[in-house]
Design a protein. Structure first.
Lengths: 1003, 473
């Protein structure tokens, strides 16, 4: 047995001192203070029983106390406070929203370094402070948990260094053409980065396409979108263009359009708006004259219109097919001619022949220079269908060596997605900048996730002469990198993109102070020329257009069922599919959420024996999709309409498998895409309920919304609104004269709101803005089906009905007309001065403030729902479940990242609590505090609710009704007895929200 | 002096003596539970289980488990609440108002009717708590001193009045019922053989000895409580109706509601009493105490109140038309012809048409017919509340918010579950408590037993069994 080596514990053991021996068997050889505390030497060896019990008792008590305490989540103050960040005080940054769809300069509100709200940038001469719902909601995409957390190479997460190295190696040795595929890019600096990047390769091409293409419009106008100016138009004829909701630049157009739609007794004039369209679009819903036509008739309508206009202006007529709607075309043409210089015709058709004629009509009407600003054409659509189709071909022929996708997702949103998929297999190097593994990115080698726009520097030139900037409002949340930076890296450039932007802008705003001002304002004027078309496709001749239209007209004759493929206001082309706010935003006209569907007219549905929610198979040329039917009043007979943007498979939790992808049904005709098709319908025999937030569509002859004609208004502004009178012994009286109530006295402020039904276009920006501002939860499709959506502000949409109570009774009044007129009514808490909800709450959880607000005290609410029952406006929303931290509602409020979007000034409500519009009381308080700090009263316009701020048409005015000079007081004074009315005035609820009667300029 | 009406039917038949009454009523308390009772209790307990499960789902996940939505904030919950409260009306009416009116036929049914009242009010009281979004804060509706500063309940709210009305009604009914039970408990105590039963009934009987002083106090308290309870019969459902009447919703905002609700409550209460009594008299062989005369009397009340309710229904339509208010008119036309027409016509058939059959004496005195019609009335009265609550709410002022309501399985579970709760309580009551008020039945024996002892002085009303020596009957 080998003797083991002995190790000493220390020199003491080696020396074996007596002291060591004494302590050798002690567990703790050192001196422990415990024993001293226990009474020194005498009891140093063992803990006495009493002390044991004492310690035991203390231990148990301490453990119990500790377990009783709720876990504390500490808010840690800044160790080194960033200079600009003041806890509780928001910082605002100017930025720009443009995700290949809608251009919208914005201001971003950040709190403690995180963006929590987006507002319009009022300094922008393009959008004038308006916002689109998509821009409002884009904030949530920043906190999207489904975004990539870092670069991915061949399906594996990797580092930027590795991926850069690999990509650069592969690109250097690339065989064949290098192609960058993108949607429209309006960033001059990005374009210069792409140009520099491309210069490295012998053959480089930048292919631009747009999912909802405007190629034909571009071709007919020299590669540019004409600089439409609806504010100059007294007569507007739109053939299919949803210019208020989705087409080209809706925020800009809404702002312009509405200037001629607002009426006052001093200016009792309005533009007249004709809309020839298939699907009931939001724009069509606002038209004075709406004519349902089949998509195949667009050509005939435009040709007929052209001939009438040419006839009136001395132009040459073309041969035109006869049109079913000649009478309406005549009327429209007559007015266009009578308003030359104030007339505008627009169309969203992607048929070059139609667009050629539209351009010709506008030319003949003298629109150029008047209703079309020739100095400021728009760049926001640059997609070229032909080049994209050629690229798909080339990929399949193996002619493409490398392809880079930047913001483009053709494997999803191109009709030839199958060919894209097969073509990609033949491409050597495939790179995507997608922020998630989307349908295209799933097929590429390298995914280099791009930043969200709120994390990036960028610049934009939406129109000639107009520029704007985007600046980061937060450091990148994930390990992502802006696409431009990636391209710069791969070019071998050492400068960053910020420098590139400054360089681009230096010639326009100068450096230093000029740049600082530009970054501060977010917008500037000047032109870079980067977006000018280089080699626009040759326009069609009139003769060729005429031939094409006649040919199409003949082909369309007959009773084929035609499909029109349209874009929804909320979802767009599909970029926003994974945004639960937008998924749950109810469509302006159909009021549907969380789905696309087959919109079909009442008569056609009857003919085909279809009912709402019946699933049908829509088939065209071997491709088919299955969707439920939605009966849509106003839809042209023998047509159906389906929205793009749905049926995503790789977008994320909220979007995947919602609806069906209709892009494959887009027809490819020659070198262009047509968003129409001839289809067959077949009942599948299943049912799929569509989640609509409104299922009753007519107003049942009630005067909850009021409208009248412009002719009547011009005759007597006092005659357009119906006022209810209550019969009393002293004759008919205003309802407020007959009251049992004591009125509140308002001494300081009396907040109120005016909503102009004439200005409201129903776009829904306010709904989303309110949702963002007030932490309104998303509840999902099933809960919307259960009629429990939580929106504090909804937009009621009523269709007219042919029936009246006299001739058919209530049942017939429930049916909308075949081609109804439409009215939108934003409906929110009316903040009644005699609120029915306030009296019935047993615990006084809802009560009246001294400033006229109807307040909801969440932590007092026990949830009897009596207030909601007794609310005549049905604006109260109940928390049926916990919507935060609940697996069943796995939207933004169920993960830490998503919760960053919550407004810290607004409580997240728990289950069992009632909630409703608060008139953004947090903003009122903030405004009052700011004013108080300065020792002044709040200035009118300083305190604005989220809805009023977002409205692109200024339909909502908020302010202090006690301030005689405030805008709201002025309007109320002006409109009293004319257009101002309260909804359900006869109930004597005395709302603080006043509506203004809608005036229609009926022909 | 004894007067036996030659016209009136006797209220106790079969020539019962005091001893027979004691025997007949105590029999099921003292005997082993029979199979039918066990089966009934089994079914009730299963339903009670359904109730507990449904309540668990509601409390754990939230009111979203129910079928309610943004427009229809109350449906089955408050329908059930009003239905149960209504059922709970017969007890007090029988014991209080009929006592004041000296209606002797009340004596053999008042015990069960009062018990039913209490159990129905217990079932009803579940709903105001359960329907709250945050029921753990239900005590906030009580005007308690608190640490919230000057925070107080809202005395304007009819829901608060409900709290007072229901709690008062429940307390008074409970006390009234219990006081009535004391002499009978003493009887059982004295007869009890087992030590547990003796002890239990001794506690329950509160040392009742049957002394004249006790009887005097008993009579006085009964009269006082009857006086107190009488306004409650009218007030409780009046206040419940004000939940609706004081609101602005067309179909709710109706001044006719208080009398109409009270009539409806008595109507449904009597129907439920009949349903239960017909079963009880059969199961416990109490045909001599609950006679066809009783059934007929109650059927007469049902006919009267059913007719009042019918007139009220028609009046509502008249007023809607006469008012010229379009919302009101629509609300009523929508009731009759809208998507919930079936509920309305179920109500009309069950509540207005079927009770009219009681104009026929043969139907009035037929147990089968009475039983069926009483069930119809119960169903009809449930639909009445459903019609008032749901069809008024689902299409109110703004057509944009019009919706349909459909219940979930949890809604159904809670409703069916309260029936389970009710019958569990009632069956336990029927087994362990005397279902007929022995003391009071004995008090009418001399005047209304069909045996005129003045004509037969030899016959004694006392039992002949040698061991029978009750001092306090």
């Amino acid at each position: 047995m080998q003797e083991t080596i002995k190790y000493w514990r220390g020199v003491e053991e080696l020396n074996n001192t007596p002291e060591f021996q004494k302590n050798a068997h002690n567990e703790f050889p050192e001196f422990l203070p415990v024993s001293e505390a226990n009474g020194g030497e005498a009891s140093s060896q063992v803990a006495p029983r009493r002390d044991f019990l004492k310690l035991l008792g203390f231990g148990v008590a301490a453990a119990t106390l500790a377990s009783c305490e709720t876990p504390v989540r500490k808010a840690i103050p800044y160790l080194n406070k960033p200079e600009e960040v003041e806890p509780g005080v928001p910082n605002w940054y100017a930025s720009t929203y443009f995700m290949g769809d809608i251009y919208n300069p914005v201001l971003v509100k950040t709190r403690e370094g995180r963006p929590i709200k987006i507002e319009g940038n009022a300094l922008s001469p393009v959008t004038l402070g308006g916002t689109h719902a998509r821009a409002q909601a884009s904030l949530l995409s920043l906190y999207d948990n489904n975004r990539l957390k870092g670069p991915v190479a061949k399906g594996k997460e990797t580092s930027w260094q590795t991926i850069d190295q690999e990509i650069r190696t592969r690109l250097t040795g690339v065989q064949g053409r290098v192609v960058l595929v993108s949607n429209t890019i309006i960033s001059p600096s990005t374009k210069s980065v792409i140009r520099d990047f491309g210069a490295q390769f012998p053959a480089f091409e930048h292919v631009t396409y747009d999912a909802k293409s405007a190629s034909a419009l571009l071709r007919a106008n020299g590669g540019l979108v004409p600089g439409y100016d609806f504010s100059k138009a007294r007569v507007i004829v739109s053939i299919g263009a949803d210019f208020l909701g989705t087409w080209i630049s809706p925020v800009e157009y809404s702002k312009q359009y509405i200037t001629n739609r607002k009426v006052t007794a001093d200016k009792p004039t309005m533009s007249r708006h004709y809309q020839f369209e298939t699907f009931m679009s939001m724009t069509g819903a606002n038209a004075d004259v709406r004519v349902p036509v089949k998509p195949s008739e667009y050509g005939a309508v435009v040709a007929a219109l052209y001939n009438r206009v040419a006839g009136g202006t001395g132009g040459a007529a073309i041969q035109a097919p006869s049109s079913r709607v000649a009478k309406q075309i005549d009327a429209a043409a007559k007015e266009l001619l009578a308003n030359r210089g104030g007339a505008l015709v627009v169309s969203d058709s992607n048929d070059p022949a139609v667009q050629t004629l539209v351009t010709a009509i506008n030319g003949a009407l003298g629109a150029n220079g008047t209703t079309i600003n020739t100095a400021a054409p728009s760049y926001v659509r640059q997609g070229d269908d032909a080049r994209m189709l050629r690229l798909i071909n080339d990929m399949n022929n193996g002619a493409v060596g490398a392809v880079i996708f930047y913001g483009a997702n053709p494997a999803y949103d191109h009709p030839l997605s199958q060919q894209v998929v097969s073509g990609l297999k033949k491409v050597g190097v495939k790179i995507s900048f997608a922020d998630r593994i989307d349908e295209t990115a799933a097929l590429v080698d390298y995914v280099c996730p791009d930043n969200h726009f709120l994390e990036s520097w960028n610049d934009y030139e939406p129109k000639r002469g107009f520029l704007s900037l985007a600046q980061p409002t937060i450091t990148t949340i994930y390990n992502t990198r802006q696409a431009q930076e990636s391209l710069l890296k791969w070019t071998g450039s050492t400068s960053d993109f910020y420098t590139v932007i400054q360089r681009t802008w230096s010639g326009i705003v100068g450096g230093g102070a000029g740049w600082d001002k530009a970054a501060h304002d977010g917008v500037a004027t000047g032109s870079t020329g980067a977006n000018e078309p280089t080699a626009p496709a040759a326009p069609m001749t009139l003769a060729a257009a005429a031939v094409s239209i006649n040919k199409a007209g003949r082909a369309a004759a007959g009773n084929n069922l035609e499909l029109e493929i349209y874009e929804k206001v909320a979802i767009g082309a599909g970029q926003h599919s994974n945004n639960p706010w937008l998924q749950e935003m109810s469509d302006p006209t159909t009021k549907a959420t969380w789905d696309n569907y087959v919109a079909i007219s009442t008569t056609t549905a009857k003919r085909l024996e279809l009912e709402q929610n019946d699933v049908v198979r829509v088939a065209a040329k071997g491709k088919s999709i299955e969707l439920p039917v939605l009966i849509q009043p106003g839809q042209a007979a023998d047509t159906i309409a389906i929205a793009i943007g749905y049926g995503r498979t790789h977008a994320g939790q909220a979007a995947n498998n919602v609806g069906a992808n209709v892009y494959p049904l887009v027809s490819v005709a020659g070198d262009g895409l047509q968003f129409v098709n001839t289809v067959t319908l077949e009942k599948v025999g299943a049912d799929k309920p569509i989640a609509q937030t409104q299922t009753h569509h007519t107003v049942m002859g009630r005067i909850v919304v009021q409208e009248n004609t412009l002719a009547n208004y011009q005759k007597d502004p006092k005659s357009v609104t119906e006022y209810v009178r209550i019969a009393t012994p002293d004759g008919p009286q205003k309802p407020q004269k007959v009251s049992l109530w004591q009125d509140y006295e308002y001494k300081n402020h009396h907040w109120g709101m005016v909503i102009d039904l004439n200005s409201c276009i129903g776009c829904g920006s306010c709904t989303i803005s309110c949702q963002v501002e007030n932490n309104v939860p998303v509840v999902g499709k099933q809960e919307v089906l259960n009629r429990r959506e939580m929106h504090w502000l909804r937009i009621d949409r009523y269709y007219s009905s042919d029936a009246t109570r006299e001739d058919g009774g209530f049942e017939k009044m429930e049916n909308p007309s075949e081609n109804p007129s439409v009215i939108f009514q934003p409906m929110l808490c009316q903040h009644c001065n005699h609120a029915p909800c306030e009296t019935v709450c047993p615990v006084a959880a809802t009560m009246h403030s001294t400033e006229g607000l109807n307040q909801m005290v969440y932590n007092r609410c026990v949830g009897t729902r009596y207030c909601a029952n007794n609310c005549p406006y049905k604006v109260r929303r109940f928390n049926w479940f916990n919507y935060a931290n609940n697996e069943k509602f796995d939207y933004q409020m169920n993960n830490d990242l998503g919760k960053m979007v919550l407004n810290p000034d607004v409580t997240v409500r728990s289950r069992g609590v009632m909630e409703k519009c608060s008139f953004c009381v947090q903003r009122i308080q903030y405004g009052k505090l700011e004013a108080k700090k300065d020792g002044r009263r709040p200035v009118d316009g300083e305190i604005v609710t989220a809805c009023a701020q977002a409205c692109p048409t200024n339909a909502i005015i908020f302010g202090d009704m006690l301030d005689q000079n405030s805008q709201i007081s002025q309007i109320l004074k002006r409109e009293q007895g004319e257009r101002a009315f309260h909804v359900l005035e006869e109930l004597n609820t005395q709302p603080n929200v006043t509506y203004l009667t809608k005036i229609r300029n009926q022909a | 002096m004894q007067h036996v009406s030659p016209i009136r039917e006797p209220l106790v038949t079969g020539g019962k003596t005091y001893a027979d009454i004691t025997e007949d009523v105590c029999r099921q308390v003292e005997a082993k539970p029979n199979v039918r009772w066990m089966m009934g209790l089994g079914v009730s307990l299963v339903l009670l289980g359904v109730f507990i499960y449904s309540v668990y789902r509601t409390l754990w996940f939230g009111i979203g488990e129910w079928g309610l939505n943004k427009t229809v904030g109350w449906a089955w919950d408050i329908t059930n609440f009003v239905w149960w409260v209504g059922i709970g009306h017969a007890g007090t009416l029988i014991s209080a108002i009929l006592l004041l009116f000296r209606q002797k036929w009340r004596t053999s049914i008042n015990r069960a009717a009062e018990a039913m009242t209490i159990f129905a009010v217990i079932c009803a009281a579940m709903f105001p708590v359960l329907h709250m979004g945050r029921p753990w804060l239900a005590y906030w509706v009580l005007p308690l001193p608190n640490t919230f500063g000057s925070l107080w309940v809202n005395f304007n709210s009819p829901l608060l009045w409900d709290v007072f009305a229901i709690s008062t009604y429940f307390s008074v009914s409970l006390v009234f019922w219990y006081i009535g039970l004391i002499p009978d408990f003493a009887t059982i105590r004295d007869r009890a053989t087992g030590p547990i039963a003796r002890r239990a009934y001794a506690i329950l009987s509160m040392n009742w000895t049957g002394s004249a002083k006790h009887w005097s106090r008993y009579e006085t308290v009964s009269l006082i409580l009857a006086g107190l309870a009488t306004p409650l019969v009218l007030s409780v459902h009046t206040i419940v109706s004000m939940d609706f009447a004081t609101s602005v919703i067309p179909g709710w905002h109706t001044t006719i509601f208080p009398p109409y609700f009270v009539a409806g409550a008595i109507f449904s209460g009597f129907a439920m009493v009949l349903t239960l009594m017909i079963i009880t008299r059969k199961t416990f062989k109490l045909e001599d105490y609950i006679t066809l005369e009783h059934v007929e009397s109650m059927n007469k009340v049902i006919t009267l109140t059913g007719s009042i309710v019918g007139v009220a229904y028609i009046t509502e339509f008249f007023i809607a038309w006469y008012s010229g208010v379009e919302y009101e008119q629509y609300a009523f036309i929508n009731r009759a012809t809208g998507p919930y027409w079936w509920a309305y016509w179920s109500m009309m058939t069950c509540n207005v048409i079927t009770p009219q059959l009681f104009w026929f004496r043969s139907i009035r005195r037929s147990l089968t017919a009475t039983f069926i019609i009483s069930i119809f009335v119960n169903i009809g009265m449930w639909f009445e509340r459903f019609v008032i609550i749901v069809t008024s709410l689902h299409r109110d002022f703004l057509p944009s918010s019009w919706v349909m309501f459909s219940p979930t399985s949890i809604d159904v579970g809670i409703y069916v579950g309260t029936i389970g709760l009710f019958f569990t309580l009632f069956l336990l009551f029927a087994k362990f408590f005397p279902v007929v008020n022995m003391a009071e039945v004995k008090s009418i024996l001399k005047s209304s037993s069909g045996v005129s002892h003045t004509l037969n002085p030899g016959a004694s009303l006392h039992g002949t069994a040698p061991n029978n020596s009750h001092k306090h009957d």
